[in-house]
Design a protein around this ligand. Structure first.
Ligand code: PLP
Length: 225
């Protein structure tokens, strides 16, 4: 299967659903992104700011770039002029810095709150209580150049389909709760980003609006390069 075949097969799977595909192109060479673009893919996800900025400058301007990785505040400047959505917001401080850089370039940046749903120590993210605290804070309410458009979560890396399904279900419930409490009048809060190569089918069944797929499109990543 070529990259083009893989993109087309996802396009068919997602046709008529409310779920979009983020092609996760981290570590992949520019030619691989080009092939996906030519097959019609327009949303790409990266996890390093400088790598994203380089790819942005080499590719057509009608691509939506999504940041997925843990973002250090001193790296925001590389992507603020063009990034569409930062999916990995896990603190008020990060959100405030994103807002500051977005204001400098006269832009609005979409942000997803990354929620911790896995039973693993190493994953970043907010607890539901921390997410609420952030949304209640005066500092958040004063931000003008970032918009929270939903939540993102990463399920545990496990063979237990049941556990993964439960974690996705929990994320959907957290989304609904935040929607009812903070965003009932705000149609922009609508995204539940969940599902990767290993678990996107379960995620779609559980209400994902955005799957983030890397290796099932581009093949295995080579981190050594
Ligand atoms: C790398 C990555 C993905 C894609 O992972 P695959 O298993 O290759 O599909 C999705 N989401 C995040 C946050 C990632 O870092």
């Amino acid at each position: 299967m070529t990259i083009k075949d893989n993109i087309q097969s996802f396009q068919q799977k997602l046709a008529g659903t409310n779920c979009k595909l983020v092609a996760v192109s981290k570590t992949q060479p520019i030619e691989a992104l080009q092939e996906a673009y030519e097959a019609g893919q327009r949303i790409f996800g990266e996890n390093k700011a400088q790598e994203m900025a380089e790819k942005f400058s080499d590719l057509p301007s009608n691509i939506e770039w999504h940041m997925l990785g843990h973002l250090q505040t001193n790296k925001i400047k590389y992507i603020a002029p063009f990034v569409h959505t930062i999916q990995s917001v896990d603190s008020l401080r990060l959100l405030e810095e994103i807002d500051k850089h977005a204001a400098k370039t006269n832009r609005t940046i979409n942000c997803l709150l990354q929620i911790y749903i896995a039973k693993e120590e190493s994953k970043f993210g907010l607890s539901p209580a921390e997410a609420k605290e952030l949304l209640q804070s005066e500092n958040y309410q004063n931000l003008k150049n970032c918009v929270i458009t939903g939540v993102m979560g990463i399920a545990t890396n496990t063979d237990s389909e049941n556990q993964i399904r439960q974690e996705f279900r929990t994320l959907k419930e957290i989304f609904e709760d935040l929607k009812n409490t903070f965003f009932s009048q705000d149609v922009r809060f609508k995204e539940i980003s969940m599902g990767m190569s290993a678990d996107f089918e379960i995620a779609i069944e559980e209400g994902s609006t955005m799957i983030r797929v890397g290796s099932s499109i581009f093949g295995a990543r080579n981190y050594a390069k």
